[in-house]
Design a protein around this ligand. Structure first.
Ligand code: AMP
Ligand code: MN
Ligand code: MN
Ligand code: MN
Length: 281
């Protein structure tokens, strides 16, 4: 059966495979379709395109956007949008700026605990990609302040450890609108890890097109519940491995936790219709 993975990361954000390496790995694991969903950037997708063509992998435009919803952070997946859509490009630029400010706040909090890390060190660790806590974790390891990635999150970087951050991320409804107006479709990322049933339904009412039913953090019953919810509400079903290549616990699932390729046809079809309507206006 043709299979797809619609949730992966590269060195353009906090992944460890370059876009080229990811495409080669996807080909070796017999994936037919792939979306690179780096955090708040589409650079990995853009760089991967020629390699995907070479390996005959259907590569969808993709992105994982950190958004604000009722004072919380919600991860939204965007697919099959027009990659050169200016409002979307601008939104992602602002998101990356917000991420830099957020990391500065994290570094201030660490400093209060006697841990000195500079922004330059974090930026160097990111190699030009979207920065985030994983890059701070790498610096903590490099400076021998912690001895492992999990330790960095347990001791310093976990959401339960950090004081509340004032992240300047965009409101979820604005992100949904921008992706839609770029001819794309949206899906709620890894709901099982984050939200109650009521919260999930509240989020879906904001105008999301789909829900990530398949994710390595979902146990069997959760997956079943989300699939039923999607069928009932006529939502797109998306899924993937959330592959980062290291440290995520999900790396072994690349090529194993997959989505049926026919789901990707449905998604692509919706986006195509949306795109046609936009250009008719
Ligand atoms: P940020 O984008 O700055 O909020 O950082 C979140 C990223 O850190 C996620 O996308 C994961 O890749 C990674 N992450 C979050 N929590 C953990 C954890 N407890 N252990 C390992 N990686 C984590
Ligand atoms: Mn990540
Ligand atoms: Mn996420
Ligand atoms: Mn992810």
């Amino acid at each position: 059966m043709a299979k797809a993975d619609l949730h992966t990361h590269t060195t353009a954000s906090d992944g460890f495979c370059s876009p080229k390496q990811l495409i080669e790995l996807a080909a070796s694991r017999s994936l037919n379709s792939l979306a690179i969903t780096d955090h708040d950037t589409i650079q990995g997708y853009l760089d991967a395109r020629p390699f995907a063509e070479e390996h005959q992998i259907r590569l969808l435009p993709g992105v994982e956007v950190s958004t604000r919803w009722e004072g919380r952070e919600v991860h939204l997946l965007g697919y099959s949008f027009e990659p050169d859509n200016e409002p979307l490009v601008q939104l992602l630029r602002l998101q990356r700026k917000a991420r830099r400010e957020r990391v500065k706040q994290i570094l201030d909090q660490l400093r209060k605990k006697g841990v000195e890390i500079t922004m330059d060190e974090v930026v160097a660790e990111s190699n030009g990609g979207t920065i985030g806590r994983p890059h701070v974790a790498e610096v903590l390891i490099r400076k021998r302040i912690v001895s492992s990635f999990p330790e960095a999150f347990i001791r310093y970087l976990g959401s339960n450890i950090l004081e509340k951050l004032e992240a300047g991320y965009a409101e979820i409804t604005d992100v949904i609108r921008v992706i839609r107006e770029a001819g794309g479709a949206t899906s709620l990322a890894h709901p099982g890890r984050m939200y109650s049933r009521n919260e999930t339904e509240g989020l879906l009412e904001l105008g999301l097109d789909g829900i990530e039913c398949i994710h390595p953090s979902h146990h069997y019953d959760q997956q079943k519940q989300y699939l039923e919810l999607a069928e009932r509400e006529n939502l797109l079903i998306t899924g993937g491995s959330d592959f980062h290549g290291k440290h995520d616990g999900y790396t072994p699932y690349f090529g194993i936790v997959t989505l049926s390729d026919s789901r990707v046809n449905e998604l692509a079809r919706m986006a195509r219709r949306r795109s046609i309507l936009l250009h008719e206006e």
